[in-house]
Design a protein around this ligand. Structure first.
Ligand SMILES: Nc1ncnc2c1ncn2[C@@H]1O[C@H](COP(=O)(O)OP(=O)(O)O)[C@@H](O)[C@H]1O
Ligand SMILES: Cc1ncsc1CCOP(=O)(O)O
Ligand SMILES: [Mg+2]
Length: 264
C-alpha cells in the first residue's frame, strides 16, 4: 500500500530552482507547432536555454550536445517522428536525459503507437495530464483532444505503475500535480484554473521538466520542483491578469522574477 504523497517542501523547490539558474541547461525541444515560441520563452524566463532543431539530419547531432531533450507529440508527423527517434538514440548514447510529453495519446492510433514505442527507450521522465497517463497505461480515459477530463489523483496509481515498469519518473498534472518514481511520490497543490485557458502551459512545463532533469542530484525532487515552479508562477500571476492573453505574458514575467522565497 503506497502512502499519500507529501507536499514538496518549499526549500527543496527553491534549492532546485537555484541550481537550475546556476547551470542554465540547454534544452533541445522537438515539440508541437502550437507551442514553439511559448515553450522557448518559458525556458528562457525560468533560466534555461531552448533550441528547436527539428530537421532529421540535424536532430541527432544536436541532441548529443544539448543538456536535455524534450519529445512532445502534439503535432506528430511521420517526418518529425524520424527526427525524434534519431534524437532519442543520440541522447541515450550521450547519456543525455530526455522527457516525453505524450500529448493527446489514446484515441489517435499513429501517435499512440509512437508513444508506446518510445516508452522502452528509457525516458528520464514523462510529464502528462491525467487522461494521457491513463491512456498510456492502457486504462479508459476521458481526454478531450489535448485536454484532460480525468483527475490526477485517479491517475496516480497508474503513474506509479508506469514509472516502475519503465524505470522512469512520471509527473501527472492537473489541479494537483503528482510526481513519482513508482515508490516515492511528491504532490504539488498549487496553480490556477487559468492555466487551462492558455494553450501550451503543459507543453512548456514538460520543457521545464526536461531542463530540471539535466541537474545533478535528486531527479525526483528536481522534477517535482519544476512542477512547483510552474504552478506557483501560475497561482501568483492569475489574480493580476485580465484574461488568458495577459495571463500568458504575465506568467513569463513571473517565472523570470520568481525567487526562492516565493516557493516557501
Ligand atoms: N484545475 C487546475 N487548477 C490549478 N492548476 C492547474 C489545473 N489544471 C492544470 N493546472 C496546472 O496547469 C499546468 C499544466 O497542466 P495540465 O493542464 O494538466 O497539462 P496539459 O496542458 O498538458 O493538459 C500545470 O502546472 C498544472 O499544475
Ligand atoms: C492545442 C494543441 N493541439 C495540438 S498540440 C496542442 C497544444 C497542447 O498544449 P497543452 O498540452 O500544453 O495544453
Ligand atoms: Mg499537454
Amino acid at each position: 500500500m503506497n502512502v499519500e504523497p507529501a507536499e514538496l517542501p518549499g526549500l527543496a523547490a527553491a534549492t532546485s530552482l537555484a541550481l537550475l539558474r546556476q547551470h542554465a541547461p540547454l534544452v533541445h525541444c522537438l515539440t508541437n507547432d502550437v507551442v514553439q515560441a511559448f515553450t522557448a520563452n518559458t525556458l528562457l524566463a525560468v533560466g534555461a536555454a531552448p533550441a528547436m532543431v527539428i530537421e532529421p539530419r540535424e536532430a541527432a547531432q544536436f541532441s548529443a550536445v544539448a543538456d536535455a531533450l524534450l519529445i512532445n507529440i502534439g503535432t506528430l508527423t511521420e517526418r518529425r517522428g524520424v527526427s525524434m527517434l534519431a534524437a532519442i538514440e543520440a541522447a541515450n548514447q550521450a547519456g543525455t536525459p530526455w522527457v516525453l510529453d505524450p500529448v493527446a495519446v489514446g484515441a489517435l492510433t499513429f501517435r499512440t503507437e509512437f508513444a508506446l514505442s518510445v516508452l522502452p527507450l528509457k525516458p528520464a521522465a514523462i510529464r502528462a495530464n491525467a487522461s494521457e497517463i491513463l491512456a498510456l497505461a492502457g486504462q479508459p480515459a476521458l481526454g478531450r483532444g489535448v485536454d484532460s477530463a480525468d483527475d490526477s489523483r485517479h491517475a496516480l496509481p497508474f503513474a506509479r505503475r508506469l514509472a516502475e515498469e519503465y524505470g522512469t519518473l512520471v509527473a501527472v498534472t492537473g489541479r494537483v500535480d503528482f510526481i513519482t518514481d513508482g515508490e516515492r511520490a511528491w504532490s504539488v497543490a498549487d496553480g490556477d484554473i487559468m492555466m487551462t485557458r492558455v494553450t501550451g502551459t503543459g507543453c512548456a512545463l514538460s520543457a521545464v521538466v526536461a531542463a530540471f532533469c539535466a541537474l545533478p542530484g535528486d531527479r525526483l525532487q528536481h522534477v517535482a520542483a519544476a512542477c512547483r515552479v510552474m504552478a506557483r508562477a501560475g497561482r501568483l500571476t492569475a489574480p493580476e491578469s485580465a484574461g488568458p492573453g495577459s495571463f500568458a505574458v504575465g506568467l513569463l514575467d513571473r517565472l523570470y522574477r520568481l525567487q526562492g522565497e516565493d516557493l516557501q
